[in-house]
Write a protein that binds this ligand. Structure first.
Ligand SMILES: [Fe+2]
Length: 294
């Protein structure tokens, strides 16, 4: 294992908020001693057909933070999501906290800046975010030691955030019976994803793992928490020591059959701006649909 600073004796309080519209789990993570908190992968509600956004999901998290009198220090995105819109700025406006994402967001902004034909007013330097995490960067949630671990493959800027004995894996892994996330978006790479998953599986066996998504495979109830030991033993795509070659072959074949996520077009435009809506020339919030580009 590289020199990541593990802190397994520290156990944050973790609460998951499931969004049934996108099968995303947002997390409120807090240090029980100091009452300091982080929100990971928040969700803005959108009725895309109507072009209408609301904040019921984020409001549930905000209400919980207020009720428990927590201080919000961090609003973290594990990556630029393609299936839901972030509510990070909405939460920041109400409660403060720094919005952070992996430093390779700049590559993602470059790629999608082209696809969405953005002008020069769209900065490709990550400046929309308050903090750009590099691999191995450390930070604190109250007294709990945390670090960011680069896990590219699903997207270049993907990071797993380890907060005490809890790791928020984003879209590297799903629950053991769900396998892994796709690696075919622009900038994705199945081999890199395999290598990143091995980094997660090299964390201590008893590390708690929290998923960003769950689809309830085979009709089971939605679940989002597992452990490194469980993933190593049972993950249907990488468990039991599956080889890199096997994984790449399987992942590539599977991805070729997947349709684009329903909300990819609005999600990318908003999430590459740290959750802000793009606007047209006179400042009116407005989304684009690039034709035959995805
Ligand atoms: Fe994703």
């Amino acid at each position: 294992m590289p020199p990541y600073p593990l802190s397994m004796s520290q156990a944050p309080h973790v609460e998951g908020f499931f969004d049934p519209a996108t099968n995303t789990i947002s997390y409120l993570v807090s240090d029980p001693r100091t009452g300091t908190a982080a929100v990971i992968d928040s969700v803005m509600d959108i009725d895309y057909a109507a072009g209408r956004i609301t904040y019921d999901h984020a409001d549930r998290i905000i209400a919980c933070i207020i009720e428990r009198e927590l201080r919000l220090d961090w609003i973290i995105e594990t990556h630029v999501h393609a299936d839901h819109l972030s509510a990070a700025p909405y939460i920041q406006d109400r409660l403060g906290g720094k919005i952070g994402i992996g430093a390779r967001i700049m590559e993602v902004q470059e790629t999608f800046g082209k696809i969405f034909n953005e002008g020069t007013e769209f900065q490709r330097d990550g400046s929309q975010f308050d903090k750009l995490f590099e691999d191995g960067d450390t930070y604190m949630v109250g007294d709990i030691a945390c670090f960011a671990m680069a896990t590219p493959g699903h997207t270049p800027a993907c990071m797993v955030h380890v907060i005490g004995n809890a790791a928020f894996v984003g879209d590297t892994l799903f629950m053991p019976d769900g396998g892994s996330a796709r690696a075919d978006f622009p900038g994705g790479d199945a081999g890199e994803l395999y290598d990143s998953i091995q980094k997660v599986l090299a964390l201590p066996d008893e590390m708690r793992l929290f998923m960003c998504h769950d689809y309830g495979p085979n009709g089971r109830d939605i679940r989002w928490e597992t452990t490194v030991a469980e993933e190593k033993a049972h993950n249907i795509h990488v468990g039991g020591g599956k080889s890199r070659e096997e994984f790449i072959r399987f992942r590539t074949e599977r991805d070729a059959q997947l349709a684009m996520p329903k909300l990819i077009i609005p999600s990318l435009q908003v999430n590459m701006r740290a959750g802000e809506m793009p606007t047209d020339d006179d400042g009116t919030p407005m989304l684009k649909v690039p034709i035959n580009r995805l």
